[in-house]
Ligand binder design. Structure first.
Ligand code: MN
Length: 754
């Protein structure tokens, strides 16, 4: 049919589709509480539409469908207004067409132009080819964000739409984009409180990295849906009756755990789908009787429903009185249903629910005139990031790690001696707390009192601790402090000060050293300094000078003798000295990339076949995750043009994907069971006569597999063990695990990393 359409008819059909998509956006926008600025949105759309005219996405769609979709996400799923919608419509114009930021500013004004500029700056490397561009981009992303948070919100919307349409990309790009999403954007969305978007980003990444597992969990969820619905109806019926009696307006939702979260739990807890009991949660969203009673209503509902079902004593989470730093507020309680199952119930007001789903943007909905103190927590977070960026490190990857630390950690609450509440990342130490108060307090910290008891600087804090920091003017930062802190801010401060001190010590040391050499009549040159460095077993002259400068090393008779011996006899020392040096140089050249290797460049656009021959000769199985045939894997081409095979979920691979995405290559197994690979199987069960014997029998006799190592521990009637054995592929592992599960009293069997 389509072939018969003339070019003109085709264009008209496309234009009609574009106009319809835009009309949908306008309708959605007009349904919000925002100012009805239809005119400027229409202008932005018309401008973008003609700028992208004739350009297609990989899927074959007209390009403008992408900015419209991003604008829709920004409007409907994040809840932003006209400025953001315009910026979303225009977000790829400067990047992909001849228009400049000045053009945008002339037509749409400063604010929109500034946001588009921010989005353009951070879009560069995502599909670009520069190594580690992503890490650098991320840095810029955060910097820009502190100017206007809307830049990052629109960026997340852009990423969400790209993930939703990822199917039309090449496989190697899919891994790269999915990896970045999991490593950078999902945590960022979480940090900003965009929970629904975070969940979708995680699910989509997982779907592309492990399609089979995704489909399997999806199937199992569908198969158990009716049963969950029955439990939900029975469980909520008495709750509804009670809430009605209280005269509340509310709705109750069944919350099903996301596919990615289910998989994550299966991995970390080594349990099958059937043994995950918290797939169903219940959410009560109510309209407060009046705004002042909002918090009281939460607790009233809690009291009412814990009279119906027995609450779990340790599982009340009060995010109502102490909101999380991403703004999240709710009361979580776990109740025992009549069938004996624990079910989590989340109690939120409508406002709290909006904040949970849409993040900080939702605050603006409830704030007339915007701004206000609710942005304080977010501002403080942005400020921390800015501080780290003010002292940039040469290695962008390290930077990513520092940031990641803070993005992933959840919070604890601690009190100052005066009773002020402070939010800290989980695992923060007393020293972290000191640095969070003030750099000066951190620098001069000698100890802390936690709940009035003296503790060392490295003491880990718990929620609810009252912390008093003890300081002394005489105290100075020690190198080992780097290991005493977990927050990026404290770590960055300590290394910065240590580096500065080291520099000063080196300069001091250099002056002292020169003075010493002159006094001894020895030439002040590199060779003399090298000999002293060698004598005191330092790696570099800088280290020697720092030691002298700090007073740790005082030059004395041994040093004098070194130079006196030069005149006559001690040729032995000279010889050994030059030998050491030769050896060093030899080592250096060994580490140089081999030039004579294979010169041909590997084409990352093609799928690399992992044949048995190639695995044994050319490719390297990563030491970190030990992939075996059948695993979901990808290839990374290192700087020496070697292919290293990683599991897709390996943390190292995830990092490589986000930093060196252009070196990732899609791979496919093509093996014939000749090679053997080492895997580790974890078993756990109830200790009893003959269990271990049976386990080893299953492996060695029944399956005829070679065990390399077997470590078993039994404590209090439970045994736990790791078996290292040689297998051909994941099918072998599956057979072994299934057979081991048949052994009586074996409760848990899983393949683990090591
Ligand atoms: Mn885009």
């Amino acid at each position: 049919m389509e072939e018969h359409l003339s070019l003109k008819e085709k264009e008209q059909a496309e234009e009609a589709m574009i106009q319809q998509a835009f009309q949908e956006l306008l309708t959605d926008y007009l349904a919000t509480k925002h100012r009805k600025r239809v005119e400027i949105i229409t202008k932005a759309f018309n401008f973008a539409n003609q700028a992208h005219r004739g350009i297609k996405r990989r899927s074959g769609e007209p390009y403008i469908m992408h900015p419209i979709a991003v604008a829709k996400i920004v409007c409907n799923e994040i809840g932003l207004g006209s400025t953001s919608i315009c910026a979303a419509l225009l977000h790829d114009v400067v990047e992909d067409t001849d228009y400049t930021v000045e053009d945008i500013e002339n037509i749409f004004g400063h604010k929109i132009a500034q946001i588009v500029d921010g989005l353009t700056k951070i879009s560069g490397g995502i599909f670009g080819d520069r190594a580690s561009a992503q890490a650098e981009n991320f840095k810029k992303l955060l910097l820009t964000m502190s100017d206007d948070i809307r830049v990052i919100l629109i960026k997340i919307a852009d990423r969400l739409h790209n993930m939703r349409t990822l199917g039309s990309m090449l496989p190697n790009k899919q891994y790269k984009i999915a990896g970045e999403t999991l490593y950078i954007y999902a945590p960022l969305a979480h940090r900003l409180g965009l929970n629904r978007i975070k969940t979708e980003l995680e699910n989509l990444s997982f779907k592309y990295e492990h399609p089979e597992e995704y489909a399997e969990i999806e199937k199992k969820l569908a198969a158990t849906a009716a049963e969950r619905d029955k439990v939900f109806q029975e469980f909520t019926a008495p709750i509804r009756a009670q809430l009605d009696k209280m005269g509340l307006q509310y709705h109750i939702l069944a919350r099903v755990k996301s596919i990615y979260s289910i998989w994550n739990k299966m991995q970390t807890k080594h349990v099958p789908f059937e043994e995950i009991y918290d797939i169903l949660a219940v959410r009560i969203v109510f309209k407060p009787r009046n705004m002042e009673e909002e918090l009281n209503d939460c607790f009233d509902i809690y009291v009412a429903i814990s009279k119906i079902y027995k609450p779990h004593p340790d599982r009340l989470r009060d995010w109502v009185s102490h909101p999380k730093s991403n703004g999240y507020q709710a009361l979580h309680v776990t109740l025992m249903a009549n069938n004996g199952q624990w079910i989590e119930v989340q109690i939120r007001s409508e406002r709290m629910d909006d904040v949970a789903e849409q993040g900080f943007a939702a605050h603006w909905k409830y704030k007339e005139g915007g701004g206000g103190e609710d942005e304080g927590e977010l501002e403080r977070w942005l400020h921390t990031i800015k501080e780290i960026l003010d002292d940039p490190q040469p290695d962008a990857i390290d930077f990513l790690d520092t940031i990641k630390l803070n993005l992933f950690a959840s919070e604890i609450f601690v009190f100052t001696p005066k009773g002020d509440l402070k939010t800290m990342p989980q695992d923060s130490t007393a020293l972290d707390f000191a640095f969070s108060l003030h750099t000066d307090i951190g620098t001069h910290c000698i100890g802390a009192k936690v709940n009035h008891k003296l503790v060392p600087l490295s003491h880990r804090l718990n929620s609810g601790d009252q912390v008093e920091i003890l300081t002394s003017k005489a105290q100075r930062i020690q190198p080992e402090w780097v290991g005493f802190v977990t927050t990026a801010r404290a770590k960055a401060k300590i290394t910065e000060i240590l580096r500065k001190e080291e520099k000063i010590n080196q300069q001091k040391g250099e002056a002292l050293l020169n003075e010493f050499l002159q006094k001894e009549g020895v030439p002040v040159d590199a060779s003399s300094v090298d000999r002293l460095t060698n004598l005191h077993n330092f790696h570099t002259p800088d280290e020697l000078m720092a030691a002298i400068g700090s007073g740790k090393l005082v030059l004395g008779d041994a040093d004098r003798n070194l130079f006196k011996e030069k005149q006559g006899k001690n040729w032995k020392k000279l010889l050994s000295f030059s030998f050491v040096k030769d050896n060093k140089e030899g080592k250096d050249t060994k580490e140089e990339p081999k030039q004579e290797g294979k010169p041909e460049k590997i084409d990352t656009k093609k799928i690399l076949k992992l044949t048995e021959e190639a695995i044994s000769k050319d490719y390297i199985m990563a030491e970190c995750c030990h992939p075996i045939p059948g695993d979901d894997v990808l290839g990374y081409i290192d700087e020496h043009n070697r292919v290293i095979i990683h599991k897709r979920q390996c943390p190292v691979a995830v990092k490589l994907k986000s930093s060196y995405g252009n070196r990732i290559i899609a791979t496919e197994w093509d093996t014939h069971k000749d090679l053997s690979f080492l895997v580790t199987i974890y078993v756990r069960g109830i200790d009893g006569v003959g269990v271990l014997n049976e386990v080893t029998q299953v492996i060695s006799r029944q399956l005829n597999v070679n065990i390399r190592k077997l470590v078993i521990d039994a404590i209090d009637g439970i045994f736990e063990g790791k078996i290292q054995l040689y297998v051909h592929d994941v099918d072998d592992v599956r057979t072994i695990c299934n057979n081991l599960k048949q052994v009586q009293n074996v409760k848990e069997v899983a393949r683990v990393e090591d």
